[in-house]
Design a protein around this ligand. Structure first.
Ligand code: ATP
Ligand code: MG
Length: 412
């Protein structure tokens, strides 16, 4: 894309009321726009990154057999009353509204209830199981705090996957495969080294759930990590009995602030029993379906990347989620730079092309702020030498590369 056509502007300073680093950088770079506290719009560059995070998650959910669907935001009160999750005293994040005739409806903050009801029409026999379905869908949550930029918002896309199994054993296999898919997701988006599966409280049907916690001072959670085993646990399960279970010793634990980027849960029959989701087993006996739920917030992942990988000059995107792979900069060399732009994009390489009439200093500062993985500069000297300057966003040194070698270098 030609930068002269990009309608978003960068800003020198972050808005004064924005306390989180991720939102400061993303607003300055023109990736997002703050509509009100805890509510952000995604602009073209930000949307490209968000969609790439979504695509990584989608590929990994498909790889473990997930089938994608899309449920509605509007929620039926009577359904949520059956599981006792309509009352504000039970669930404190509801946004509720009403139809013209006065009928109350809710805006979905999670989707166990409607999906369990939907599955009642689809599942009847053991032959129908196991099933994994997921969606990328907008959740509404009336969060009390909203100080973490796009990591905690009142309206956000969640990837929520739900599994339906015949037996506890089958559920455990499915759970393990989704868990490994989560590890691959966080690896692919550049958070693998700093993200730990951490035990957290499990609710009525299983002792533990697991949170995927990324170590960061910007986090709102506290985890305890056992470096030797790679195990971690949330402070809410830090007691001597939860430790003995896990074979951990209190002295070995290191306390860290962290961001919950994902959460996976065994639900047992918590939803299938009250909503009557059953199947006929091989002997013809009715059994409740065993469920699991698995969430990731793509925008929270994106905010976490912005927090952790950025430097004093701006954002630093891993190649897997960068809006564009290459930031091509013309320094009054438009004819040659145009040619390179065409060659790269024709080869399928994603390029943001700074074809504007601005000083080199301004262009470089802005390029650092936007954070594409590679910067390719075509200046006056390049025209003489036949070489462009190629620099990684994460490195200080650049290398000279012959114009003719650029396409093959970036095709790799
Ligand atoms: P938290 O404890 O941080 O409030 P949660 O436990 O309520 O999160 P889940 O219901 O487990 O969150 O949601 C699954 C995932 O959705 C989370 O792991 C996180 O990545 C994301 N998420 C949750 N709440 C928000 C939010 N308000 N804004 C953005 N992403 C969110
Ligand atoms: Mg959670």
């Amino acid at each position: 894309m030609r930068q002269s056509q990009l309608f978003t502007r960068t800003k020198k300073d972050a808005p004064k009321d924005e306390v989180s680093k991720n939102a400061q950088l993303l607003i300055r770079a023109g990736f997002i726009n703050k509509e009100m506290a805890g509510v952000y719009s995604f602009l073209p560059l930000g949307l490209r990154t968000l969609n790439k995070v979504i695509q990584v998650i989608r590929e990994e959910m498909n790889a473990v057999g997930g089938q994608e669907l899309s449920l509605t935001a509007l929620q039926d009160k009577s359904l949520w009353e059956k599981t006792d999750r309509w009352d504000d005293a039970k669930v404190d994040v509801w946004f509720k509204t009403a139809l013209k005739n006065g009928t109350e409806v809710g805006l979905g903050w999670s989707h166990e209830e409607p999906l369990t009801r939907l599955m009642q029409q689809q599942i009847s026999s053991y032959r129908d199981l196991p099933v994994l379905v997921y969606q990328f869908q907008t959740k509404f949550r009336n969060e009390t705090r909203a100080k973490s930029g796009i990591m905690r918002t009142r309206e956000f896309i969640m990837k929520d996957l739900y599994s339906f199994s015949r037996t506890k054993e089958e559920h455990e296999k499915v759970y393990a495969s989704v868990r490994s898919a989560y590890i691959r997701v966080f690896d692919r988006v550049g958070l693998g080294k700093t993200t730990y599966p951490a035990f957290a409280s499990g609710g009525a049907f299983s002792k533990y759930s697991e949170e995927f916690q990324t170590v960061s001072d910007a986090g709102e959670d506290i985890i305890y990590i056992d470096e030797a085993s790679g195990h971690a646990l949330n402070s809410e399960v830090l007691n001597d009995e939860v430790l003995a279970d896990l074979g951990l010793k209190r002295e070995n634990l290191v306390e860290k602030k962290s961001i919950e980027v994902g959460n996976i849960f065994s639900l047992g029959t918590k939803f299938s029993e009250p909503l009557g989701l059953t199947f006929k087993d091989e002997e013809g006996k009715l059994q409740p379906v065993i469920m699991g739920c698995y969430g990731i917030g793509p925008a929270r992942v994106m905010g976490t990347i912005a927090e952790i990988l950025s430097d004093e000059n701006g954002l630093v995107w891993p190649e897997s989620v960068a809006p564009f792979r290459v930031h091509l900069i013309s320094l009054n060399t438009d004819e040659k730079a145009d040619e390179i732009y065409t060659a790269l994009t024709t080869a399928g390489i994603e390029v943001l092309y700074d074809d504007r009439d601005m000083s080199a200093g301004e262009k470089f500062a802005e390029s650092d702020l936007l954070g594409m993985p590679y910067r390719v500069v075509v200046g006056k000297r390049s025209l003489a030498s036949g070489k462009a300057e190629v620099k990684k966003r994460t490195e200080d040194e650049s290398q000279e590369m012959a114009f003719d070698d650029l396409v093959s270098f970036f095709k790799k």
